[in-house]
Design a protein around this ligand. Structure first.
Ligand SMILES: [Zn+2]
Length: 294
C-alpha cells in the first residue's frame, strides 16, 4: 500500500533575531500570474524571457507572486510594514496576514506603528477590518509625497484609477491621524524612512539599525527575484513612473550590494529576506540562511 499524495506544506511565518530586534516576515498570500510579460520584462521578447527563465530554472509561462509584509519588534515598539490585502483578499489566496500574526503570537492591538511603503492594493487594503482600523492602537505613517500624489490624482496613471478609488476610500479618510514622512525621518527607534520613488510616485523604504545590524525593508523596489534583479533596467508594468522606478531600482540594488545590507522585500520569494550579490553586470538574490546569523 502506498501513502496517498497530499497537499503541499509551505512555511508562512519566519521570525529571526537581527541585532537586538525581532524581525518577522509573514506570507499574506500568493497568486499565480499566467504570464511573465506583462508585468515583467516589458522590453524583452518571448525568446529573451525564455532564456532568462531557463538560466534561472524557473517557468517562462507563469509567475508565482508572493505578498510578504514585514514586522519588526525593536524591543520598544512593534512596527508593521504594509498590511496586505485584508478582508478583500480572503475570497482568494491572500489576506492571511491577520490570522498568521495571531499564529506568531501578535494581537492586532499590539502593533504600535503601521508604516506604508506605498498605496498599491496589496500594501494598503488590510488597513481596515470591517469599519474599524485593523490595528487600532497603531500610529499610521506614510510618505508625504505618496499621500499627496494619490490624494491629488493629477499624476496617477489612468490604469490606476481603481487603485485611486481604493486610496480615497481607505487612506484619505485617515489623513487626520496619519504622520507624513520625508526622506530621513525616524519612525521608531533605529528605523528611518528613505525615498525610493518610482514604483509608485512617492514610494518609501525603511532602514532599520539594531545592535550593529542593518535591514532595508525595500517594499517594491524590485518585484521579482530573477526578472528584476537580473534585468533591473527592464520596465515593469506595475511601475507607475517607469523611468524613475528603473533609476531607483538600479540605485538601491547598487547600494545594498555594495554595502552588504540585508533586505526584506514584499515580493521576494518567501521568507523574503536575503541579500543581493553582483553577477555579470547585474544582480542575484541570495536568500538568508542560518549561516547569516551565527
Ligand atoms: Zn506590491
Amino acid at each position: 500500500m502506498s501513502a496517498p499524495l497530499m497537499e503541499e506544506i509551505r512555511p508562512h511565518i519566519r521570525r529571526f533575531r537581527w541585532g537586538e530586534a525581532d524581525v518577522v516576515t509573514v506570507l499574506d498570500g500568493a497568486n499565480v500570474l499566467d504570464a511573465v510579460k506583462p508585468p515583467f520584462c516589458m522590453d524583452k521578447s518571448d525568446e529573451e524571457i525564455a532564456a532568462i527563465a531557463a538560466q534561472a530554472r524557473i517557468s517562462a509561462e507563469r509567475v508565482e507572486h508572493h505578498f510578504v509584509p514585514t514586522l519588526v519588534n525593536t524591543g520598544k515598539e512593534l512596527v508593521l510594514f504594509d498590511v496586505g490585502f485584508g478582508e478583500a483578499g480572503r475570497t482568494g489566496t491572500t489576506g492571511r496576514l491577520r490570522e498568521r500574526l495571531a499564529e506568531a503570537g501578535y494581537r492586532p492591538e499590539d502593533v504600535d506603528v503601521v508604516a506604508f511603503t506605498h498605496c498599491h492594493p496589496d500594501h494598503i487594503q488590510g488597513v481596515m477590518e470591517g469599519d474599524r482600523l485593523a490595528f487600532p492602537n497603531a500610529r499610521h505613517v506614510i510618505g508625504r509625497r505618496e499621500f499627496d500624489e494619490w490624494n491629488s490624482g493629477a499624476n496617477i496613471p489612468q490604469r490606476r484609477e481603481g487603485n485611486r478609488e481604493l486610496f480615497l476610500k481607505l487612506i484619505a479618510p485617515l489623513a487626520d491621524r496619519l504622520t507624513f514622512l520625508e526622506d530621513g525621518d525616524q519612525i521608531a527607534g533605529g528605523i528611518t524612512a528613505e525615498a525610493g520613488f518610482g514604483h509608485s510616485l512617492g514610494h518609501m523604504m525603511y532602514r532599520m539599525e539594531s545592535g550593529g545590524r542593518q535591514l532595508l525593508i525595500w517594499g517594491d523596489i524590485a518585484n521579482h527575484y530573477v526578472y528584476s534583479l537580473r534585468h533591473p533596467e527592464s520596465t515593469v508594468a506595475f511601475d507607475d513612473d517607469p523611468a524613475a522606478a528603473t533609476a531607483t531600482r538600479k540605485r538601491v540594488l547598487d547600494m545594498v550590494a555594495t554595502d552588504g545590507i540585508f533586505v526584506t522585500g514584499h515580493h521576494m520569494p518567501f521568507p523574503s529576506v536575503g541579500h543581493v550579490e553582483r553577477q555579470d553586470g547585474a544582480y542575484r538574490w541570495i536568500p538568508m540562511t542560518y549561516q547569516s546569523r551565527v
